[in-house]
Design a protein around this ligand. Structure first.
Ligand code: UTP
Length: 485
């Protein structure tokens, strides 16, 4: 980059900032060295300032209000256990899902661009040691799932990982140092998502993290639908003949990274984007609600579903709105392509998240570590693409089989932990116990039903209950023991 062109870019950046009342972003420019200047100008160029100005008016200076659509109904779903009259359809779908995997038409996709602030792990969240005995990382566990799938179906399964500019380099180093977790590096592709500046809640000014950088954070998992395109993943998928993307989050070590039953149901019904659901444990469980709004699949956030609807029961006693979203999707490659190539592009709605964001003091320039929330982050959610689909199905999954997320750090006392490493390890052990018990193994349990042992079934050994058949298993798992399979 020549000095002259940096000068021009700086002038253009200054004009863009001036026009939206954010000139302070360049306040320390004269104090910076050449490399920092170029980096800051690059950051400024990456932001759509008129759009950000509109969002500051609508989401920072005022709070967006939610209007419940007039016509809302619970979305229908495929139950986890096939009803007798649908058994043949499920079988056909599973066969199709397996065929698509065998033919190399399904890719794994993990969104790993989040900051993982609640867990407080000083590295990309995917590197967090998650399994109860070996301490295999979240990425490691997913890599084992993919390796097992490749072996079961004699197939090549590429893995796309969305990072952010904040964790991309560390994620790449982790994969390189760990020999790509046993996968062929040619089948692992990483790409960063776009970032958004955090905005001071009171003044509506963009926060600076340092003299040479805005306080940037990833623009939400909804950013994946643009990043898949902009980062070249869709082009790579098309070259490989991939038709379906199996979308999962990095924080759940027992997620079915690719589930032939789900992919098959999604494909056989010719859907653009489909989702898995969990029946909510209680009316106000913090999961988005799958609804039909004017006939279109829509997720209504738990905070937006009125209490009376959230509590409403069917004659059977079950919740009427019970399908909770756990961020597992099947997405057609050509759907992502069509979103990104439609005239005028596409936009997902932004959401306001109030956070504590370290920054420079707006007057003194001193580093501030806020005690209270001071900033608004702007994020989009991937499920907001569902209403853009002509066809979309929901498939119910089982909590024990597939949901043991790590969101928060362990609490004290440990029993009060929620979605933490400890609860996840209990969940992993519970699933392993269930799979063993189905094979006739006696597993020690405490009076409250919790497994009285630590059990880990590596994902190279089994990724679903039926993989346990024919394994050399112990007759029992005694109280206080540790079993690794
Ligand atoms: P979460 O909403 O749990 O956020 O992300 P997080 O960033 O991991 O954690 P906190 O809220 O800071 O504690 C759910 C999934 O979406 C990904 C995360 O990496 C995780 O897999 N994600 C989230 C992105 O890829 N990009 C984002 O901008 C946000």
């Amino acid at each position: 980059m020549s000095a002259a062109s940096l000068k021009e870019r700086h002038a253009a950046a200054a004009r863009a900032l001036e026009s939206v009342g954010q000139p302070h972003v360049l306040r320390y420019y004269d104090e910076l060295g050449e490399a920092d200047r170029a980096a800051l100008v690059g950051q400024i160029e990456s932001i759509d300032w008129p759009e950000l100005a509109r969002l500051i008016a609508s989401h920072v200076q005022s709070k967006p209000t939610f209007t419940l659509p007039a016509k809302i109904a619970p979305a229908p779903w495929y139950p986890n256990i096939p009803p007798a009259n649908k058994a043949a359809h499920y079988k056909k779908a599973r066969d199709l899902g397996e065929k698509l995997i065998r033919e190399g038409k399904v890719a794994a996709f993990t969104v790993a661009g989040g900051q993982g602030t609640r867990l407080g792990w000083d590295a990309p969240k995917g590197t967090y040691p998650a399994t109860p005995i070996r301490g295999v990382s979240l990425f490691g566990s997913m890599a084992e799932y993919i390796r097992k799938t490749q072996k079961k179906y004699s197939a090549r399964v590429p893995w796309y990982i969305m990072t952010s500019t904040a964790n991309d380099a560390d994620t790449r180093v982790y994969f390189e140092k760990n020999n790509y977790l046993g996968l062929d590096p040619k089948d692992v592709m990483m790409f960063p998502q776009a970032m958004m500046p955090a905005v001071d809640m009171k003044s509506g000014k963009v926060l600076l993290e340092s003299k040479s950088s805005m306080a940037l954070s990833p623009n939400g998992h909804g950013g994946s639908l643009k990043a898949l395109w902009a980062g070249g993943a869709i082009a790579d998928m098309k070259k490989r003949g991939i038709e379906h993307i199996s979308y999962t989050q990095v924080d759940n070590p027992i997620v079915k990274v690719i589930d032939p039953q789900f992919i098959g149901l999604h494909a056989i019904d010719r859907c653009e984007m489909s989702s898995k659901m969990l029946p909510k444990r209680e009316p106000l469980e913090k999961l988005g609600n799958f609804c039909l709004v004017d006939g279109r699949m829509t997720v209504i956030e738990y905070s937006n579903l009125p209490d009376d609807l959230a509590h409403e029961k069917l004659p059977s006693g079950e919740l009427r709105f019970r399908a909770g979203s756990i961020a597992i999707h099947a997405i057609r490659v050509d759907f992502v392509e069509s979103l990104n190539t439609r005239p005028g592009g596409f936009a997902l709605p932004f959401n306001r998240a109030e956070k504590k964001v370290p920054c420079l003091h707006h007057e003194t320039g001193a580093a501030v570590k806020p005690e209270k929330v001071n900033a608004v982050k702007l994020e989009t959610f991937v499920f907001d693409a569902l209403p853009m689909c002509e066809r979309s199905i929901i498939y119910e999954t089982d909590r024990v089989d597939e949901f043991a997320p790590i969101k928060n750090a362990d609490a004290s006392p440990i029993e009060s932990s929620v979605d933490s490493p400890w609860t996840s390890k209990l969940g992993q052990t519970e699933r392993a116990a269930r799979w063993l018990e189905a094979q006739g193994v006696k597993v020690a349990r405490r009076a409250d039903g919790r497994v009285d042992a630590v059990i880990e079934i590596g994902q190279l050994t089994a990724i679903e209950a039926s993989d346990m058949k024919g394994l050399d298993l112990p007759k029992e798992v005694p109280a206080g023991s540790r079993l690794l399979l």
